[in-house]
Design a protein around this ligand. Structure first.
Ligand code: GDG
Length: 502
């Protein structure tokens, strides 16, 4: 099924020459390390991006370059040949030392770019040492790319960890076509200006031939920064992909909202295994509407704010008590970092406070799970929830929102979605949009969702599911590659801009 839907790419409609391969580059390789020490095994990773890229990589003899996630690759490097065989394309390691991981990954990427690009500049730690290590590691990635690519290959670099890779590739004289996609938001210029290395980052991004963003708003923020730091740059065109003309070359800048493998999620959600699990879980919450939150442990996801909003709902609308319950799954993430441990403590304190204040015999307002769910359990929670509460303070896209709708086979669920999630730019017509900082606004949205009639729920959810089905992860990969490799941009439709101008 996967290869059939990617047929245009495989048949050379997009890739120009038969020899041209796709080289994917990301901070982490799409592999899972299972076990420890000498017993460690490497398995191919899963997830939407890998699923969509894998057929293209396999058919074009492609490769994927990235870090293993460990600082000791002595055992892992010996397993790469087998991992490549299992994946069907070749995997290449970029080995990192402990210091590099500390300053490039935890430091520059996660203490500077991550908070800044999510508009949370007060959480940034602008240490010069982080910047030097970021450059050093980006150069290391460029070295591995140089060693493994041919002139006709298209190199597609992913995300904020690697914004400077094209700069080093160009320094080496590499003339391959280079693409970049930013999975997280690009901040407004006033916020971006706080970055001490702002001009260098903008210019480094312009070393790519195609720079992709999740939303029109992100692209607008980027092009405003380009105009500020590169006054000779000229913007041309409208629609999904525009051109920035520089004195010596052109850069394409596009909007490509990432998505999920709709058919795979819908199919798995309809399995007996998932249906049984959903039924079993639902039995535990009789005569109640379930409000679901699923997030990685991260301060951008707005989990404490969501709990405050749920408490406010129960205080402002007491008739909802014992008729509604919030199931919040928090997936462990970056636990080595003190800030994330503190967030976990804050979340647990709030759960205790709200449950202590409002529980009655036989009813608990918030069911809190701190764990990684199996795929079966994840889909079962999606299926059983009457309302999804997806309220990040800011998010590049947010795939949980799309997965929830896809798995809502009965089309009876309601999506409450933050207007600051990239997904809102696509799903605004079917979802109830909220400001994640507005606890009373969210409580009104929960109240509205709770009372929403069956017909209205079905109408909205049908619209949402159809939109996600038409623009799935395969559409995303194809659209990006077409923009990167085709000469003509005429087939790029105008995108609707619903951003509030922030
Ligand atoms: C970044 C950007 C952008 C979650 N809990 C479990 C589980 N998950 C899976 C979900 C979903 C993924 O994790 C989370 O994706 P998001 O998009 O929501 O968020 P980030 O991880 O922050 O991703 C984001 C994305 O990149 C893609 O460009 O949308 O804005 O921040 O797929 O299903 N999976 C399982 N168990 C869990 O408990 N199996």
């Amino acid at each position: 099924m996967v290869s059939r839907r990617l047929a245009p790419v495989q048949e050379g409609e997009v890739m120009e020459t038969p020899q041209s391969r796709l080289v994917a580059v990301s901070n982490r390789l799409p592999i899972k390390l299972v076990g420890h020490g000498v017993d460690v095994k490497v398995e191919p990773g899963s997830g939407g991006l890998v699923t969509a890229m894998a057929p293209v990589l396999r058919n074009r003899g492609g490769l994927w370059i990235g870090w293993s996630g460990s600082t000791d690759d002595s055992t892992i490097s010996g397993l790469m040949a087998e991992a490549s065989r299992q994946s069907g394309y070749s995997l290449h390691l970029v080995s990192l030392t402990r210091e590099e991981v500390r300053d490039y990954y935890y430091g520059f990427s996660n203490e500077i770019v991550w908070p800044l690009f999510h508009d949370l500049q007060t959480r940034c730690n602008f240490r010069p040492q982080y910047w030097y290590q970021y450059l050093n590691v980006n150069k290391k990635f460029a070295d591995v790319i140089i060693q493994n690519t041919r002139l006709s290959d298209f190199v597609w670099v992913h995300d904020y960890h690697l914004m400077h890779v094209a700069h080093f590739l160009k320094d080496y004289g590499l003339s391959n076509r280079l693409g970049f996609f930013l999975h997280i938001p690009f901040p407004p210029m006033d916020i971006f200006m706080k970055l001490p290395w702002r001009e260098k980052i903008i210019k480094a991004l312009l070393d790519y031939d195609l720079v992709g963003f999740q939303t029109i708003r992100d692209r607008r923020h980027f092009t405003m920064c380009v105009q500020r730091f590169v006054p000779e740059a000229r913007l041309h065109g409208r629609g999904g992909v525009i051109t920035i003309r520089l004195p010596d070359r052109e850069v394409r800048v596009g909007v490509f909202p990432i998505s999920i493998d709709f058919h795979n999620f819908a199919e798995d959600a309809s399995s007996k295994e998932v249906a049984d699990c959903a039924w079993f879980l639902h039995e535990k919450f009789p005569d109640m509407q379930i409000v679901l939150g699923i997030d990685r442990l991260d301060y951008t996801k707005g989990i404490p704010e969501r709990f405050e909003a749920f408490k406010t709902t129960l205080l402002r609308y007491p008739e909802l008590r014992e008729k509604i319950t919030l199931v919040q799954v928090v997936v462990p993430s970056r636990e080595e970092v003190e800030e994330y441990r503190a967030l976990k403590g804050e979340i647990e304190r709030l759960v205790g406070e709200i449950n202590g204040l409002l529980s009655t015999s036989g009813w608990i307002p918030i069911h809190y799970l701190y764990k990684h769910l199996s795929r079966r359990d994840l889909l079962a929670y999606y299926r059983l929830a009457e309302i999804a509460l997806v309220t990040p303070l800011k998010d590049g896209m947010n795939l949980v929102a799309k997965e929830y709708c896809t798995c809502n086979l009965e089309e009876n669920g309601v999506l409450i979605l933050s207007e600051f999630a990239g997904a809102a730019s696509q799903l605004h017509k079917g979802a109830i949009l909220v400001n994640p900082y507005d606890v009373e606004g969210i409580s009104d949205a929960i109240y509205t969702a709770f009372h929403m009639e069956k017909g209205e729920r079905a109408r909205r959810m049908r619209w949402l599911r159809e939109h996600i089905r038409r623009r799935d992860i395969f559409w995303w990969v194809n659209t990006y590659l077409k923009a990167a490799l085709s000469k003509d941009l005429a087939d790029f439709p105008e995108l609707e801009d619903v951003s509030s101008g922030a």
